[in-house]
Ligand binder design. Sequence first.
Ligand SMILES: Cc1cc2nc3c(=O)[nH]c(=O)nc-3n(C[C@H](O)[C@H](O)[C@H](O)COP(=O)(O)OP(=O)(O)OC[C@H]3O[C@@H](n4cnc5c(N)ncnc54)[C@H](O)[C@@H]3O)c2cc1C
Length: 420
Amino acid sequence: MFISEKSKNKKTVIIGAGASGLMAAYFSAASGAETIVLDKNEKTGKKIYITGKGRCNVTNECDCDEFMRHVTRNPRFLYAALSNFSPADTMAFFEESGVMLKTERGRRVFPQSDHSSDIIRALTERAQRAGARIMLRAEAESVRQDESGRFTIAVSGGGSIDADAVIIASGGLSYPATGSTGDGYRIVESFSHTIVTPVGSLVPIITKEEWPKALQGLSLKNVTLNVKRGKKTIFSELGEMLFTHFGISGPLVLEASSALAGGDTDNLSVYIDLKPALTPEQLDARLSREIAENPRRQLDNILPSLLPSRLAELFPTLLGLDGSVKAGQITREDRLRIGELLKRLPITIDGFRPVEEAIVTRGGVSVKEVDSSTMQSKLVRGLYFSGEVLDLDAHTGGYNLQIAFSTGALAGKSAASPAD
Ligand SMILES: Cc1cc2nc3c(=O)[nH]c(=O)nc-3n(C[C@H](O)[C@H](O)[C@H](O)COP(=O)(O)OP(=O)(O)OC[C@H]3O[C@@H](n4cnc5c(N)ncnc54)[C@H](O)[C@@H]3O)c2cc1C
């Protein structure tokens, strides 16, 4: 992305020093605008610190078309922002900043050091070196615009700052301890912007069944999670999931939730295939063999060869069978039921954990009221948006940070542009 005309006289205030606000700050300052970033936290990039389990999956090494397939909300809105600042640009940006990167399974890009702090440092230093001033422990309380179009941002502690342009990069509602507490929604509602009701996406699932709770802490690897609405399969993927004190979580479940969050959970059937590598016929042949070879063994002692021990222990109860039954006494009908449950272990969704526990917020500032080629509000000249505050969200894999970077880069550059 080119930084074109210098705009010495413009002053931009950015609310939020997260992934998006810091990238916006770099592009705004590098484009010549006087740039001030406000964050209510005591340090920059607090959420980035916890991304990717502390390793920061910073982007996904894919082209824009592939990227769009992973954006669950308003992918077309992102086209201009992604073309301006693509995953390749993100990788170049960090490598030029001295952060060497590596690409892992699923094209997920991480810093070679496995330290998210390297990403925060690079973003903060690049923004500062370009000339941006970062004010910490500075909470934006309100934004007003006078008749001449100039903004006044009231800052906690009684001060205020004026600006020609304001970029709202205040994040969504998830993990509020990182500073994202929905302030941006409140601020822009005063400008009559529409806020699409925020809900969690990439969020754990609460189950109606009690048994998953008994397996709290157990993780299943290489299982398939299937979700159907009526007869239509809406999610079917192989991976890892986790039982918790409220139901299910882990990578597969978070990914499935992004196909479901905010929608109706009635008429959904969810089931786990515990043996995805085997067809029902192969599984039945294996069960038949185990039974024939060990007629005196109890069912309890046969199941651990097929399942993790804690799940194996619970399995006879789920089938309504007595675990002490001898293999030789298991009827054909019961053997078929065991196979059926191994291939289709049903789960009933009772709801989702709250947005505060979600990886990303679905909903936020309606993109219908934002110009996708600049990130400027269609309602208020000089007001811009970037990152998770917008009604945009994507799958796991580095896509959400890339959305923050792409929209931040475009908002920063546009806000500094004399034409806007
Ligand atoms: C546990 C977890 C792991 C994740 N892992 C990944 C990952 O590996 N890869 C990936 O792509 N995505 C990941 N994400 C998602 C990603 O972190 C976010 O989508 C992204 O950080 C959003 O960036 P943002 O700048 O829009 O918002 P944020 O990062 O939330 O930043 C907003 C900033 O605004 C500040 N702020 C808010 N209100 C005010 C105010 N009134 N005044 C001043 N400052 C204010 C906040 O303090 C905060 O610093 C993860 C999220 C979580 C919760």
